[in-house]
Design a protein around this ligand. Structure first.
Ligand code: ADP
Ligand code: MG
Length: 700
């Protein structure tokens, strides 16, 4: 099937071993098919001609018909030289210039011969020139009836190897001529009709050499559909497969831990959303197959209690649990908070971080292995090889955006069987992205904040209005509330940012003098013990203001804090701003977020600030973020590689994505293993071509 497309590229006429090597090394192209999937990044309209009199500085690439009247070689400084040709048409004159490798030109192009010139124009004063133009005799140009010409992106090193966009174009043309419709399509005629798709060969032809934009559109549509279709198909198959394969521990009991806690020690009434997701988790845990669930809930929606109840279920079934947090502060906070909540239940809980001393570590290692410790909370110290559980049944990761895929995998691996697996995130990812990136995780969403919460009021204040802000802060402190003031720290090592923070701290100390006011300070350069100490003072209310860098971004919970001042907020991304704002508004009092900026803002910064002022909805904010920055940036470099699309965009091609998903569901409902005759080709193509991806749930 499709054998011609798997032909190694070196067998193509005119390519040869060397070029084939380069293609493999720099573009990862090894077969005909790979080359056909190397799509042009733009098309140039070669049907459009200008006259010299029409040229203006606003044009980039131009095409002219005329003739060269004269060549002259011009010597420059330091022995350099260039070839200049005077080119004219009926309306004027311009210069064509070659700075190097021009010995062949005069033998190929004669003066006074009608030629087509194509290239990028430059202007010096009111004179125009074109450097290193493409030149073709008018006669042969006419024969080819050119319209839209594909342009391929070319690695820098190819220039010295004489592989240009034109060369690629020629090779692709050779392949297309050679296979001439003789390729199999994995989509049946009926399927193509149903979903409005053109044939496979057609799509290659029209993506590389469209006659017009309609053809291009048809080709893109088909190829994008294909990308989405196989992506979704492989995810869904994987999910089905995992469900059957990853054996875990069925937690069938609900015993005294859960019951006691639920009836006697629950500190508040759960929201309906919390009850709903606990049910979803409970259902997963009950089965003998591994749970792989993503718990998504906006900041402050109450994920911690859900995690705790899940852990109590594991305990009722005599299994151990662990909870991993991305920072020591957070791990500490979880440890303190959870210990307090379950204090009456008498559970052995321990904390393991980089700062845990040797004696305590040894105690922990020993008692984890013998099963005495039931819950272990910590940072990535949990995934060190020395940490061995007796029977880890449930692993929970909080705010997993901070962890790499690999780290998470390691945690899962800590057992012979696979422990159940809950990942909690507050980073609001647009639903479309969520599906593509965590598509193999089941999703639980807490879409409701605890009742009685007032929406945080957000204001934008320019530096020139600082005095207002200070008096506002004083009024809040007067009624007993606490304040965060956050400074950007783009890189951990940025000394400049640290100086900003220190300056800010000093000027705040002047505005809020001792003994009336007390200020804590927190930044990444401090020792963990000092951080913990400062955090503790703020939590206890000993200090009213916490000056910090983004180390407090994730998860910190001080419900009495009511004002979040973000300095130089134009330097923060949307999701970070949203996270930071989520540190306030954690009880039933009115909270505020004040976004300080310099006076003049870029358009993008302006959009970010406006969005924050307008809405508290994490999903809406995430969508704006996605529009502004694109999926790769939203997910961070580490995870952007997860998106396997060359052509399709999950932001712009949402409707194609939806259609492709529908098609997949339709097929899988009828034929889950793709065994029917009509689906054989799909199965084959899926197995053969979909490259191995890192799946969240299966790395373990
Ligand atoms: P997050 O989802 O951001 O991790 P937390 O679990 O830290 O949120 O909860 C935020 C705050 O809301 C905490 O102070 C917590 O005690 C409180 N909380 C959680 N659930 C409820 C509820 N159902 N009713 C009232 N307060 C709640
Ligand atoms: Mg949290």
């Amino acid at each position: 099937m499709n054998s011609i497309l798997s032909t190694p590229i070196k067998f193509l006429d005119g390519i040869g071993e060397k070029n084939a090597e380069y293609l493999l090394k720099y573009l990862n192209i090894s077969t005909y098919k790979d080359l056909l999937h190397y799509f042009p990044y733009k098309l140039i309209d070669r049907s459009k001609f200008y006259t010299i009199s029409e040229l203006n500085t606003g044009l980039a690439e131009i095409q002219l018909i005329g003739k060269i009247t004269e060549f002259k070689e011009v010597k420059g400084q330091k022995g350099s030289s260039r070839l200049v040709a005077i080119f004219e048409d009926k309306t004027g004159i311009l210069e064509l210039v070659w700075f190097k490798n021009y010995s062949w030109i005069q033998s190929k192009v004669k003066t006074n011969e009608e030629i087509v010139v194509f290239g990028r124009i430059q202007s010096f004063g009111n004179k125009f020139s074109v450097s290193h133009p493409e030149i073709e005799k008018l006669e042969s140009f006419k024969l080819k009836t050119k319209t839209l010409e594909p342009v391929y992106s070319i690695p820098e090193t190819f220039k010295s190897k004489r592989i240009s966009s034109k060369t690629i174009q020629k090779w692709i043309n050779t392949i297309l001529t050679k296979i001439n419709f003789e390729i199999d399509d994995f989509f049946s005629e009926e399927f193509k009709n149903n979903y409005g798709l053109i044939g496979r060969y057609d799509s290659f032809l029209k993506i590389h050499f469209p006659q017009n934009l309609i053809q291009l559109n048809e080709a893109e549509n088909r190829l994008k559909f294909e990308e989405f279709f196989f992506f979704d198909l492989s995810l869904k198959q994987r999910k089905i497969y995992n469900k059957k394969k990853n054996i875990s521990y069925p937690f069938t009991n609900i015993g005294h831990y859960v019951n006691d806690f639920y009836t006697k020690h629950l500190p508040f009434k759960l929201t309906n959303a919390q009850i709903k997701v606990i049910k979803e988790i409970r259902n997963d845990l009950r089965s003998e197959y591994q749970m792989n669930r993503l718990l998504q809930g906006d900041v402050g929606s109450g994920k911690t209690i859900v995690a705790l109840i899940s852990m109590l279920i594991a305990l009722d079934n005599n299994y151990q649990c662990c909870l991993m947090a991305p920072t020591e502060i957070l791990a500490n906070q979880h440890f303190t908070g959870i210990s307090k909540l379950v204090n009456p239940l008498n559970i052995n809980i321990k904390l393991l971080t980089g700062s845990t001393n040797k004696k305590e570590r040894n105690y922990i290692f020993e008692n984890l292995e013998n099963g005495e410790i039931k819950i272990l909370i910590g940072t990535h110290a949990l995934i060190e090889d020395t940490v061995k559980f007796k029977n880890l049944g449930l692993s929970i990761i909080d705010e997993q955006h901070r962890f790499g895929v690999q780290q998470r995998a390691k945690l899962i691996k800590k057992n012979k069987k696979l422990p159940h697996n809950l990942v909690m995130t507050a980073t609001p990812i647009p639903r479309s992205l969520m599906k593509t990136v965590y598509g193999d995780l089941d999703l639980s969403i807490i879409d409701e904040l605890p009742t009685g919460r007032l929406p945080i009021k957000t204001f934008h204040k320019k530096n020139s209005h600082r005095l207002e802000v200070i008096s506002f802060i004083k009024s809040q402190i007067l009624i007993g509330r606490q304040i965060y003031v956050v400074y950007p720290l783009i890189e951990e090592s940025s000394t400049l940012d640290l100086m900003d923070l220190m300056d800010g701290y000093e000027s705040l100390s002047r505005d809020f003098p001792l003994p009336e006011y007390k200020i804590s300070i927190l930044h990444g350069k401090m020792k963990p013990a000092d951080k913990a100490y400062e955090m503790e003072r703020f939590i206890k209310g000993d200090t009213q203001i916490m000056v910090a860098t983004t180390v407090i971004e994730v998860g910190v919970n001080v419900p009495n804090a009511s004002v979040m001042v973000i300095e130089s907020s134009e330097r923060f991304g949307l999701s970070q701003l949203h996270q930071l704002r989520g540190r306030v508004g954690r009880d039933s009092n009115q909270s505020f977020c004040i976004l300080m900026t310099k006076d003049k803002l870029s358009d993008e910064a302006n959009t970010r600030i406006k969005t924050m002022v307008r809405t508290n909805d994490g999903f809406e904010i995430a969508n704006v973020d996605l529009q502004l920055r694109g999926p790769g940036n939203v997910l961070g470099t580490e995870q952007s590689g997860v998106l396997p699309f060359k052509l399709a965009s999950i932001t712009k091609d949402q409707s194609i994505f939806n259609l492709a998903q529908k098609a997949v569901d339709f097929i899988l409902t009828e034929d889950i293993n793709l065994d029917l005759e009509k689906n054989k080709k799909l199965k084959y193509y899926l197995q053969k071509t979909i490259s191995k991806q890192t799946y969240w749930s299966t790395i373990g």
